[in-house]
Design a protein around this ligand. Structure first.
Ligand SMILES: Cc1ncc(COP(=O)(O)O)c(C=O)c1O
Length: 386
C-alpha cells in the first residue's frame, strides 16, 4: 500500500461500511483525519463532464490544495484555476503544463504577474483599469478575460461584493485593454460559491452574450466564455435545492441558444469537484456539562478543518458511531479560544473520551483555510482513500 493511502473503499458508502472505514482509519492513523475519496472525485469530475460536455473544467485549486488531489484531477483530464503565484508554483511543480492554467484572480501583485509571465501562464482575468497597467508592464503577452459583476443571489458566498466590473464598463474596459496593446479574448463571471439558483447562471449567460454581441460592433472577436465556479453540493443530508444535473441541463441549453458553437466555454469548479470527497474524522478529547448541555471538546476546530464554518458560511452535519438517546450538545474545538466553538446545538448521543464525531462533504474550503498551528494544534492529517 502506498504511503498516505488507504485500501478501504468509499464506493459503497453505506452507513455500516463508512463506520468500519472510520474505525479502521482511526486505528491506523489516529485523528484528526481528513479522508479524501478518489472515487468520489472521479464521480464528480465525470458528472461535470457528462452534464456540461462542452465546458472545460479548470479545477479551482483554492478549494483544496492537497497535491494528490491536483495530480489525480490532472490524470482525469482537468485544467486548473490558480489564484496566486504560490498556487501556480504548486500546480506547475506537479508537472502540469502552464497552458492548462488560468490565473483567475482579478487583483494580482506585480511579483505574481512576473512569475506568471516567466512560467508561461498567460490566460488571466481582470476587472479594472489599474490591473491593465500592471499586466502591460509585467505580462504583456497575456490573454485576458474581463470579469463582469453578476447577481450572486442565493449563493452562500457573495463574490460580487468584491469582484467584477459593472456591466456598463465592459466595452470601455475591453477597449482600454486593446488601447494598451493587450489581448482581451473573452468574458468571465462568478455567480458566488454554493449557488443554489440556476437563474443566476442563466442571467449571467444572457448578460455575457449581450457583451459578446455588442463587442463585435467595436471590432472585437471574443472567443472564450468563463462560467466561474459556484456549482453546489449537498453538505447535509437534508439539504434540498435544485441539483447539479438539473442546473447543468439549463445552463447547457442556454449556452447553446446564446453562443456561437465556436465559443470556447470553460468553468472554474472548486467545491463541486472535491467537497463531496472529504470526510473529516475527529475524536472527543474532553467533556463536561455546561449551560444545561453536554459539552464536548474535539481535537479539530474552527482554526483547523472546521474553518469553513467561519470563512465558507458552511453548516455541516455532525455524525457519530454511536446509537442511543440523543441530547442537546455543544461541540467545541481544542484551542483556548471560546470563539473556537463548532456548534452550540447538536442532537447527539452520549459520547465519551475517544468517541468519534465525523462530518461528510467537507473536502472543500476546510483544510485549505485552516491555520497551520494555533495553540500548537495542527489540522487533520490528509489521507487519500480509494
Ligand atoms: C475566481 C474564482 N473561481 C472559482 C472559484 C471556485 O468556486 P466554487 O468553489 O464555488 O466552485 C472561486 C471561489 O472563491 C473564485 O473566487
Amino acid at each position: 500500500m502506498k504511503k498516505n493511502s488507504h485500501n478501504n473503499n468509499f464506493k459503497n458508502g453505506s452507513r455500516k461500511n463508512i463506520k468500519q472505514i472510520i474505525r479502521s482509519a482511526v486505528k491506523k492513523h489516529a485523528s484528526p483525519l481528513l479522508l479524501i475519496s478518489r472515487c468520489t472525485i472521479k464521480k464528480q469530475y465525470d458528472t461535470f463532464r457528462r452534464y456540461l460536455p462542452e465546458v472545460t473544467p479548470y479545477y479551482a485549486v483554492k478549494a483544496n490544495t492537497y497535491p494528490d488531489i491536483i495530480k489525480y484531477l490532472y490524470k482525469l483530464g482537468a485544467f486548473f484555476d490558480v489564484a496566486s503565484a504560490n498556487e501556480m508554483a504548486l500546480t506547475l511543480s506537479l508537472g502540469i503544463p502552464p497552458k492548462k492554467l488560468i490565473f483567475a484572480h482579478t487583483i494580482k501583485s506585480e511579483k505574481d504577474l512576473i512569475q506568471a509571465s516567466n512560467s508561461g501562464v498567460h490566460l488571466m482575468t481582470y476587472d479594472n483599469e489599474m490591473e491593465l497597467y500592471k499586466i502591460k508592464k509585467h505580462c504583456p503577452e497575456a490573454r485576458l478575460l474581463l470579469r463582469i459583476r453578476v447577481s450572486n443571489l442565493g449563493s452562500n458566498i457573495e463574490l460580487s461584493l468584491k469582484f467584477g466590473a459593472d456591466v456598463d464598463q465592459a466595452i470601455p474596459l475591453l477597449q482600454k485593454a486593446r488601447h494598451f496593446g493587450l489581448n482581451p479574448v473573452g468574458i468571465s463571471f462568478h455567480v458566488g460559491s454554493q449557488c443554489t439558483h440556476s437563474d443566476s447562471y442563466l442571467q449571467a449567460l444572457e448578460i455575457s452574450s449581450t457583451i459578446f454581441q455588442e463587442s463585435k460592433n467595436y471590432g472585437f472577436d471574443l472567443k472564450i466564455l468563463d462560467l466561474g465556479g459556484g456549482f453546489p453540493i449537498k453538505h447535509r443530508d437534508s439539504d434540498n435545492f435544485e441539483d447539479f444535473k438539473t442546473m447543468a441541463r439549463k445552463i447547457r441549453l442556454e449556452i447553446k441558444n446564446l453562443f456561437d458553437k465556436k465559443t470556447q466555454v470553460i468553468a472554474e469548479p472548486g467545491r463541486f469537484m472535491v467537497g463531496p470527497a472529504g470526510t473529516l474524522i475527529t475524536q472527543v478529547v474532553g467533556r463536561t456539562y455546561r449551560n444545561n448541555k453536554n459539552y464536548y471538546y474535539l481535537n479539530d476546530g474552527i482554526y483547523g478543518d472546521f474553518s469553513g464554518i467561519v470563512f465558507d458560511n458552511c453548516k455541516y452535519e455532525f455524525k457519530t458511531l454511536r446509537n442511543g438517546r440523543k441530547h442537546l450538545s455543544t461541540l467545541a474545538g481544542p484551542t483556548c479560544d471560546s470563539f473556537d466553538t463548532i456548534s452550540v446545538s447538536e442532537d447527539l448521543p452520549e459520547l465519551d473520551l475517544g468517541s468519534v464525531v465525523y462530518v461528510r462533504n467537507i473536502g472543500a474550503y476546510s483544510c485549505a483555510s485552516a491555520v497551520t498551528s494555533f495553540n500548537g494544534f495542527t489540522p487533520a492529517k490528509i489521507i487519500m482513500v480509494s
